[in-house]
Write a protein that binds this ligand. Structure first.
Ligand code: AMP
Length: 184
């Protein structure tokens, strides 16, 4: 399957993405993880991305599309993949559509994890990552509402199934709901 996992910051995309990728036997590509690894390794990409990440802003689309193009060309991605934290803007979604079209591929579904704002702020405040200060959390939520939420509408218009799943509750139960909604 070729899937996109969406949802606000702190919705549990990483946790659910890992569970789902494992149960479907497909690789998971998280742009946030790739950027954090690049920062750890001190690469040009990591250094360039750092200030955006620290301020809760989005890394430019062309940089992100370069990362995704590479990840999707890896041999392990040929038979399916799960994208986590990407696309976060409509231009990224359009870029992904072009990348897939060039390869004769298409997405099977977008999974949208729905979590209320109060729950997100509580979860992120407890997580303690360097980009989880209250100010940055608020900014990431604003960026999510203004730039990422419209991606869901874009997919609906493009006739890619958008499966909205409640992201609050027991982790395994949420996972089961997602698998059910995918018809697996
Ligand atoms: P995440 O781990 O998905 O919450 O991502 C952490 C940070 O990495 C975000 O706040 C952005 O600064 C950056 N980032 C991750 N994925 C993307 C993306 N698809 N587009 C732009 N910036 C991204």
């Amino acid at each position: 399957m070729r899937l996109v996992m969406m949802g606000p910051p702190g919705a549990g995309k990483g946790t659910q993405g890992e569970l789902l990728a494992r149960s479907l036997g497909i690789p998971r590509h998280s742009t946030g993880d790739i950027l954090r690894d690049a920062l750890c390794d001190g690469t040009v990409l990591g250094i360039a991305a750092h200030r955006y990440m620290d301020e809760g802003e989005l890394v430019p689309d062309d940089v992100i599309l370069g990362i995704i193009g590479e990840a999707l060309d890896a041999p392990g991605s040929r038979d399916g993949f799960l994208l986590d934290g990407f696309p976060r803007t409509v231009p990224q979604a359009k870029g992904l559509a072009r990348i897939l079209e060039d390869r004769g591929l298409a997405l099977d579904a977008v999974v949208d994890l729905a979590v209320p704002d109060e729950e997100i702020v509580a979860r992120l405040s407890a997580r303690g990552r360097s980009d989880d200060s209250l100010e940055t959390i608020q900014r990431r939520l604003e960026v999510y509402r203004s730039q990422t939420e419209p991606v869901l509408g874009w997919y609906a218009d493009s006739e890619v199934p958008v499966l909205s799943v409640e992201g609050v509750g027991d982790i395994q139960e949420i996972h089961r709901h997602i698998v059910e909604r995918l018809g697996r």
